[in-house]
Design a binder for this molecule. Structure first.
Ligand code: ATP
Ligand code: MG
Length: 269
């Protein structure tokens, strides 16, 4: 039998790359293995309320005695720390980062690694991929029942990379009743379906008022998806020092409906 031929330098390099990728993926999945359900909160259009829904959903789940992690994955514009008024970042523990907790929720955000809150972070595809991987495997997540992920809007590189890297179990789509937001929501649902990922359901934010109501529900019917619930406009979102669902009984009731419907969808599998 002939002895195996020596690999060329190119082949050696390629093999090293494959090994490194494999190890990276294994480290990420090891770090995430204790996490129960991973829910992405997403919309086609910016500013419709993803961060609002993600934070209040996480807080509501935590109030129901769940162990919850919130991952702010909006790498260009991380907002969760502002909404939750977190100033202290993660604590280094050996090679791991222990995320701070607020209102019963463990929070990890790209904002912790930003020197200046007003600074824009511009990431390109491979950098996003690396940053997220690094983030995911260096965080000591523990074993939360839920991980809620606040995603960046739109169908550009950033949300796509994040979705693929994170291996999410499903998505909550946020829209407003406005027809343009509904159209964008439809596009994002189609994108998720194309990636063979699951949509848990649709939330209509800023329901009522000038944009009317029902756009989210109509979209849910059209796309044959569950409608999880509606959120009306409330001053509590802007005024309070705490998430609106902890400040207002009405907001809390709206989030309870959404959370319960989401849980039924998760259980239904
Ligand atoms: N139901 C509501 N009532 C009143 N204000 C709201 C409501 N929902 C969201 N807001 C406010 O609207 C603004 C945008 O919401 P939010 O940051 O959650 O949107 P987003 O989809 O995460 O935006 P981005 O795409 O920039 O990440 C925030 O100032 C938030 O407080
Ligand atoms: Mg946001």
């Amino acid at each position: 039998m002939s002895s195996p031929r020596k690999l060329t330098p190119q082949e050696e390099a390629r093999l090293a790359q494959v090994r490194a990728n494999f190890q990276e993926r294994r480290k990420v999945s090891e770090s995430l293995e204790g996490i129960g359900v991973r829910v992405g909160v997403y919309s086609g259009k910016g500013g419709v309320g993803k961060t609002t829904v993600a934070t209040n959903l996480a807080v509501t789940l935590a109030l129901q005695e769940n162990d919850v992690a919130l991952f702010d994955c909006d790498i260009d514009c991380p907002n969760v720390t502002r909404v939750l008024r977190i100033s202290e970042g993660p604590i280094q523990n050996g090679e791991k980062l222990v995320p701070p907790s607020r209102f019963g929720v463990k929070v990890m955000s790209m904002a912790f690694f930003q020197d200046n809150e007003d600074e824009a972070i511009v990431w390109r595809g491979p950098m996003i991929h690396n940053a997220i991987n690094q983030f995911l495997h260096s965080t000591e997540w523990g074993d939360p029942d839920y991980m809620v992920v606040d995603l960046p809007p739109g169908t550009s590189d950033a949300p796509l990379t994040v979705m693929q890297t994170l291996n999410l179990d499903g998505f909550v789509i946020v829209t407003t009743p406005h027809e343009l937001a509904v159209l964008d929501a439809k596009r994002s649902i189609n994108m998720i379906k194309k990636m063979n990922l699951k949509v848990f359901g649709i939330v209509e934010n800023l329901s009522g008022g000038v944009f009317g109501t029902g756009g989210g529900k109509a979209l849910a019917e059209e796309m044959e998806l569950p409608f999880l619930g509606a959120l009306t406009m409330s001053a509590e979102y802007t005024n309070s020092q705490r998430p609106a669902s902890l400040e207002s009984d009405e907001v809390a009731a709206e989030f309870k409906v959404i959370t319960d419907n989401l849980k039924s969808q998760i259980e239904a599998g």
